[in-house]
Design a protein around this ligand. Sequence first.
Ligand SMILES: Cc1cc2nc3c(=O)[nH]c(=O)nc-3n(C[C@H](O)[C@H](O)[C@H](O)COP(=O)(O)OP(=O)(O)OC[C@H]3O[C@@H](n4cnc5c(N)ncnc54)[C@H](O)[C@@H]3O)c2cc1C
Ligand code: SF4
Length: 326
Amino acid sequence: MRMPPFELLMPTSLEQALTLAGDFIAAGEEFDWIAGGTDLIPNYKWHLNSKAHVISLAKVAEMSELSSTHIGGMVRLHDLAESNITHPLLKEAAGSIASVMIRRSGTVGGNICLDTRCYWFNQTEDWRESIEWCHKCECGTDADCRVIANQNTLCVATYQADLAPAFLCLNATIHLASSKGKREMLLSDFFELDGMTRNVLQPGELVTHITLPSESSELTGCYHKLTLRDSWDFPEAGIAAAWKLSGEQISTLKIASTGLESIPRVHDDEVAAVLPDWSGKESIESLSEALRKSIKPVNNTGLKPNYRRKMVKVLARRCLNQILHK
Ligand SMILES: Cc1cc2nc3c(=O)[nH]c(=O)nc-3n(C[C@H](O)[C@H](O)[C@H](O)COP(=O)(O)OP(=O)(O)OC[C@H]3O[C@@H](n4cnc5c(N)ncnc54)[C@H](O)[C@@H]3O)c2cc1C
Ligand code: SF4
């Protein structure tokens, strides 16, 4: 697989990176950010929507800051997983990603902004040509979506990154910057229901860092994921939960999912329906069933949607059972 040629730029500060990006936008030219490159480079090798210019964030030191409430976009997954000051739920989710080698290169920003995946898309160019392409990389042919046919507007590729549900359960805020300025929002408002646009990032905008509210340290959490292989793999389903107990009562409970739909999702409605009358095992059973019903995977990853949906219930039960054992 031959990599398409591209120009690589290596700014040494955030300001320089944003100026370079602003210049490309003004000139009407497309580019990609690259962080660890563990996803972008394989996609480029498969000629998946590659660009003529790539701006590396590797030398932007101000994006590598890590504290208990501030996680820079360029913090490596390995450093997050091994840190003594990181919330245990984030450590657990980061430690479940790929392998040590990939975690040493892969970053928090790259994980949050990971491209959505689909087995009609994550294939070689020859393979995709043989099925006459698909909407997400249609090579000028106006090809349809292979999963939901005859619509040609929406891509339902699956979001399969592990960190988002952990951050969502901890009520994280995401911080963005471009040459036009900075903005921030709850992470739950960052993702967009289209496998092509994926999130609210505008051209030339990047993720500088993620912050956690100080109260997040009071939450206990856990993360369970379903994978094809135990050694390393993308989540085919992932459920994170975080809770706070006041005596025997649960005063806060957050649940979020990944690997099942085009966006990672917080499940506040399902939690709100059971929390007021929480009764331990019975409530865990009905909440796990409610999650299974609300999540609707499509047929575009390694495992079948029905099985992934059944496993939502199992993973949710595994997470929630830990509340009983604290
Ligand atoms: C064998 C293998 C197994 C894997 N297993 C898993 C897994 O189990 N779980 C999982 O979650 N992932 C997995 N991955 C995917 C990937 O390695 C990780 O998600 C990693 O965190 C991506 O980070 P990166 O820095 O390498 O991203 P890159 O490849 O550099 O970038 C990924 C995307 O994010 C964009 N981007 C990067 N940084 C920023 C930023 N700061 N602001 C805006 N956009 C940005 C890039 O433009 C690109 O679109 C796996 C990959 C491989 C090759
Ligand atoms: S969901 Fe449809 S448009 Fe998106 S990558 Fe898969 S086949 Fe292509």
